[in-house]
Design a protein around this ligand. Structure first.
Ligand code: FES
Length: 63
């Protein structure tokens, strides 16, 4: 699924950026190019990043 239509950035590309060490929206925007045009995707990308980190923290706490 595309998170950023203008730059054709998919969830898997954001996942890859996170796996490569990006930890902030700014980092991910710099790496993937998302939110560099109209900016309509910014909130969606931020929510997606939050969900990824919440999921990761949930996995840590369940161990
Ligand atoms: S939808 Fe991401 S910059 Fe336009």
């Amino acid at each position: 699924m595309y998170l950023c239509v203008c730059r054709a950035v998919r969830e898997c590309e954001v996942d890859y950026a996170i796996d490569q060490g990006c930890r902030t929206f700014k980092d991910i925007s710099e790496q993937t190019g998302c939110s560099k045009e109209c900016g309509q995707c910014a909130q969606t990308v931020k929510c997606y990043i939050d969900q990824r980190f919440e999921s990761f923290l949930g996995e840590i706490h369940s161990v």
